[in-house]
Write a protein that binds this ligand. Structure first.
Ligand SMILES: Nc1ncnc2c1ncn2[C@@H]1O[C@H](COP(=O)(O)OP(=O)(O)OP(=O)(O)O)[C@@H](O)[C@H]1O
Ligand SMILES: [Mg+2]
Length: 226
């Protein structure tokens, strides 16, 4: 059966203005991602990968074009609605982990649940479960600086998954990790892909991209299909 469309970008352009200079970071991008796909986006530095990801994640607006997420046109939504959709539907994973430093793994993971109206003990239960799923049940009370890079990224993945979002957006999730930690992260992503999650992942590395089922190549703000 054909899976339904989750992401539909139609003729998306993004122009950044810095002083007098205008830079077109995305040029007429059209792209469809179906529910349950595992997609990698690769391309040279500056080719527009993060710009594209930020638009897909509703963190930034396109200059022109239409973006529908889960059948909903996002162009006229207000910031608080966008924030709600992000919190409910999207889990973000970044190259630099973005964990709060003076906060335990469990409290870091529980942050997205604060907006879900759960009690503290429910939040802690859910955070613990999410950390167990990434193999960190022995590090619940550790602070980020007491964890290796790979472990910190697994905390960030647990945080991305704790609200049970349908889509995971990862911008170079293995960029700061050694090969072994990178493979562990890919095993976790593959497991979530098998559970039906949609994953869109940016990477520089062909070895990482090959874990995805579809590879999209970007060059100079455009998508190249070879
Ligand atoms: N906020 C911004 N203001 C102005 N120009 C920007 C901004 N963000 C990105 N750019 C420019 O847009 C282009 C695309 O940047 P983007 O960050 O999307 O590239 P990337 O493919 O993610 O690169 P990398 O692999 O280095 O992360 C680059 O030329 C960049 O300098
Ligand atoms: Mg980038």
């Amino acid at each position: 059966m054909k899976q339904s469309l989750l992401v539909k970008l139609s003729r998306i352009n993004k122009i950044y203005h810095t002083g007098e200079i205008a830079l077109q970071a995305l040029k007429d991008i059209s792209l469809e991602v179906r529910k349950g796909e595992f997609v990698a986006i690769i391309g040279a530095s500056g080719s527009g990968k993060s710009t594209l990801m930020n638009i897909i994640g509703l963190l930034d607006h396109p200059t022109s074009g239409k973006y529908e997420l889960d059948g909903q046109d996002s162009s006229h939504l207000k910031e608080d609605t966008l924030a709600q959709i992000r919190n409910k539907k999207i889990g973000f994973v970044f190259q630099s982990f973005n964990l709060l430093p003076r906060t335990t793994a469990m409290d870091n993971v529980a942050i997205p649940l604060i907006y879900a109206g759960l009690s503290r003990s429910e939040r802690m239960d859910r955070a613990k479960q999410a950390l167990e799923q990434v193999g960190l049940d022995d590090k619940l009370a550790s602070h980020p600086n007491q964890l290796s890079g790979g472990q910190q990224q697994r905390v960030a993945i647990a945080r991305a998954l704790v609200n049970n979002p349908g889509i995971i957006l990862a911008d170079e999730p293995t960029g700061n990790l050694d090969t072994k930690s990178g493979s562990e992260i890919m095993r976790i992503f593959e497991r979530f892909h098998k559970l039906g999650k949609t994953i869109i992942m940016i990477t520089h590395e062909d070895d990482i991209a090959k874990h995805a089922k579809r590879v999209i190549r970007m060059k100079d703000g455009q998508i190249w299909t070879s």
